[in-house]
Design a protein around this ligand. Structure first.
Ligand code: ATP
Ligand code: MG
Length: 266
């Protein structure tokens, strides 16, 4: 069974860049990899190197009204109505995935709407069931590009996430959110939680994150320098790995990948 990694953190810290590059590096190393886009901005395809034309044809599962109705027995948005909480989803990954460069499979799950509001509407039920299935039942290595929180993970699901990476950048805000995410994740039963320091441009910045990490009581799984190749790749609408394969940022993510394999692949 391949290990399961969730990538979380504050908006804009670099989750998608890291998740996509990591997925491809793991695939190059010989793992069968499933990359799951659970982020509302839904741009994991770019960092995986899947073209815009192909990406445009993807509908997130969370927006497939007919499918949601078929599987849950209720129309999306029909809050309060009776619907199936554990719909059948086992056929969906293979049906809706797209295979990208290096053989990475991409599934765009879409996000859970209004997670804080306790909304358990049909589309949320389907997305959650799908994520649970991917984590509990699939043989592949699974990399989840999440939004900030851990709302998508129920207790039964979280305990099968082998590691949660919380991406931080030098700055107080991403760190204090990281502490909250860590508490929630451990509370739900996630086995290991690590920080990843991204956009590091000096020893002081690294030190700042190291200090914060030890205060929070969490280890750092990897360091990724601030690298303008990441921004240039973004502007060129290319995957970092294709645009600048030897860049410092790719080197940092490669080390992170090595750390994860050592830590999680037994
Ligand atoms: N190591 C880095 N060096 C320089 N810029 C970076 C680095 N990592 C990410 N960025 C830039 O930061 C921005 C956000 O990156 P990315 O989209 O990967 O973050 P995210 O956490 O997924 O964001 P969102 O919360 O919007 O989904 C992008 O413009 C990207 O080019
Ligand atoms: Mg993102």
């Amino acid at each position: 069974m391949g290990f399961k990694v969730a990538v979380a953190g504050k908006g804009g810290v670099g989750k998608t860049t890291i998740a996509g590059t990591l997925a491809r590096l793991l695939a190059r190393r010989g793992f069968d990899v499933f990359a799951i886009d659970v982020d509302p901005s839904m741009n994991l395809h770019t960092s995986l190197g899947i073209s815009k034309t192909v990406a445009r044809s993807i509908t997130p599962i969370s927006e497939m009204s007919d499918l949601i109705e078929e599987r849950t027995g209720a129309k999306p948005g029909s809050m309060g109505s009776v619907f199936i909480l554990n719909p059948k989803v086992s056929d969906l990954p293979d049906k809706f995935m797209i295979v990208g460069p290096d053989g990475v499979k991409l599934l765009v799950a879409g996000t859970v709407v209004n997670p804080g509001g306790g909304c358990m509407c049909p589309s949320n039920a389907l997305v959650r069931a799908l994520i649970s299935h991917l984590i509990l039942k699939r043989e592949e290595v699974v990399i989840l590009d999440m939004e900030a929180g851990v709302e998508h993970l129920g207790r039964g699901t979280a305990k099968n996430v082998d590691a949660m990476l919380i991406v931080v950048e030098p700055g107080v805000r991403s760190i204090s959110l990281a502490e909250k995410i860590k508490d929630l994740a451990l509370g739900l039963g996630v086995k290991r939680v690590f920080l990843v320091g991204n956009k590091i441009s000096s020893e002081e910045e690294k030190y700042f994150i190291e200090e914060a990490a030890s205060k929070i009581g969490i280890n750092v799984a990897g360091w990724i320098p601030y690298d303008k190749n990441v921004i240039e790749a973004d502007l060129a609408d290319k995957a970092l790995l294709d645009y600048a394969p030897d860049s410092p940022a790719v080197q940092g993510i490669t080390k992170l990948q090595e750390f994860l394999v050592k830590e999680l692949y037994t």
